[in-house]
Design a protein around this ligand. Structure first.
Ligand code: PLP
Length: 426
């Protein structure tokens, strides 16, 4: 496959932007080679700068649950743009989107829109600390919550891909209140809560971990987190930036039947435009300015383009049968990888929930970051390139989730299976 145009574009990009990219994991450092530059996307497909077509299982890292350039979303964006792209003042669409989010996730009694997942998490943590009057937070190794200082400790995904344990430029003071527990290990949380009794403001968790590859919560893990946080008067924050409207219509919290105090959202709720949101209990959200003293603001927050793209997306997801379709597509992809790997004697661990799936080249079950990091990265890199050469675009890192959209049908699943067969045979 000829990707010379992408290569040349990348050579130019590295002269202008650090690493040639605007977000590190795009740079292919984990898999080698140069990134592809994409010209356009349509449905389940992407076309690169050389005119090659790929089935896309990255979908902009999750947001595009209706696929690329979905007509309803494109129409909504066009209409919104014609009406003015930003007012810096209230607009109707933000009420409508807020209402939909609160309906879908009853734990959201109030919500605030922001512009990215990072901003949502950063703001929710400030709020949680203010509400409890405590400073410490507990996060899990391998969970990523955006690049705010306090959260760049054992942060999975891009950070793991680059093998940076932390980031220079993050003052020690910013992470000194960040305690690290082990995913799926409730005892590790319990001992931190005991050791720092009365000091922990909140526990933040990806209810399905999607930034160390996909790691599902063990049965009872999220419930135990709920009980423990309550017992210690700490808040439970579900970071559903990735899982919200991906695991199912009510996010991971509905799927697993656990009600957090605070939730962060992003990705799908903006229909492919920059967005984030955080929300939760009314008494906590009431602390937010202007109702309360906790400051948080944004020039473009709740802007009509993102709101209307998000609304169009959430409306489309309500069509009967949509969630079954998504689940089938993700299961078909997961099965294709699991079955072909078994047929070729390649050890693989797969996971799937809702419209998300993932796989590790690893021998035993993967339950946390210590397991995940031992997966066979070299095999992943070879597999990634073999798939790319056959027109299947996966994440250029073994520590990312894969996604399907409503545009991923049986034809895509069959092509994926055929490509996996060839890639694993090679
Ligand atoms: N939280 C989770 C769980 C994420 O997966 C991500 C991004 O991948 C973020 C937060 C940060 O979101 P953003 O990239 O929009 O800042």
């Amino acid at each position: 496959m000829n990707t010379d145009t992408s290569r040349k574009l990348f050579e130019r990009a590295v002269e202008l932007m650090p690493g040639g990219v605007n977000s590190p994991v795009r740079a292919y450092r984990a898999v080698g080679g140069h990134p592809l530059f994409f010209q356009r996307g349509q449905g389940a497909h992407l076309v690169d700068a050389d005119g090659n077509t790929y089935i896309d299982y990255v979908l902009s890292w999750g947001p595009l649950i209706l696929g690329h350039a979905n007509p309803a979303v494109v129409r909504a964006i066009g209409e919104a743009a014609r009406d003015g792209t930003s007012f810096g003042a209230p607009c109707t669409a933000e009420i409508e989107l807020a209402d939909r989010l609160c309906q879908a996730m009853p734990s959201l009694e109030r919500v605030r829109m922001v512009n990215s997942g990072t901003e949502a998490v950063m703001s929710a943590i400030r709020l949680g600390r203010a509400f409890t009057g405590r400073s410490r937070i507990i996060k899990f190794a391998g969970c990523y919550h955006g690049h705010a200082d306090a959260l760049l400790a054992q942060a999975g995904s891009g950070v793991a891909t680059l093998s940076l344990p932390d980031s220079p430029g993050v003052p020690a003071g910013s992470v000194q209140d960040t305690l690290i527990a082990r995913y799926n290990d409730i005892a590790s949380v319990e001992s931190l809560l005991d050791e720092y009794r009365g000091e922990v403001a909140l526990v933040i968790v990806e209810p399905v971990a999607g930034n160390m590859g996909v790691v599902l919560p063990r049965p009872g893990f999220l419930q135990a987190l709920r009980e423990l946080t309550q017992a210690h008067d700490a808040l439970l924050l579900f970071d559903e930036v990735l899982t919200g409207f991906r695991v199912g219509p009510g996010g991971a919290q509905a799927h697993y039947g656990v009600t957090p105090d605070l939730t962060t959202l992003g990705k799908v709720i903006g229909g492919g435009l920059p967005v984030g949101a955080f929300g939760g209990r009314r008494d906590i959200m009431a602390m937010l300015a202007p109702e309360g003293p906790v400051y948080q603001a944004g020039t473009l927050s709740g802007n009509p383009l993102a709101m209307r793209a998000g609304l169009a997306t959430l409306r489309a997801l309500e069509a009967p049968g949509t969630w079954d379709l998504l689940e089938r597509a993700a299961t078909a992809a997961r099965d294709a990888i699991a079955e072909e790997a078994a047929a070729h004697g390649v050890p693989v661990q797969t996971a799937q929930v809702g419209s998300i799936f993932g796989f590790f080249f690893a021998d035993g079950p993967v339950a946390d970051w210590d397991h995940a990091r031992t997966c066979d990265r070299t095999r992943y890199a070879a597999f990634f390139h073999a798939m790319l050469a056959q027109g299947v675009y996966l994440a250029p890192s073994p520590f990312e989730a894969a996604f399907v959209s409503t545009a991923h049908g049986e034809a895509e699943a069959e092509r994926l299976r055929g490509a996996v067969r060839v890639a694993l045979a090679g």
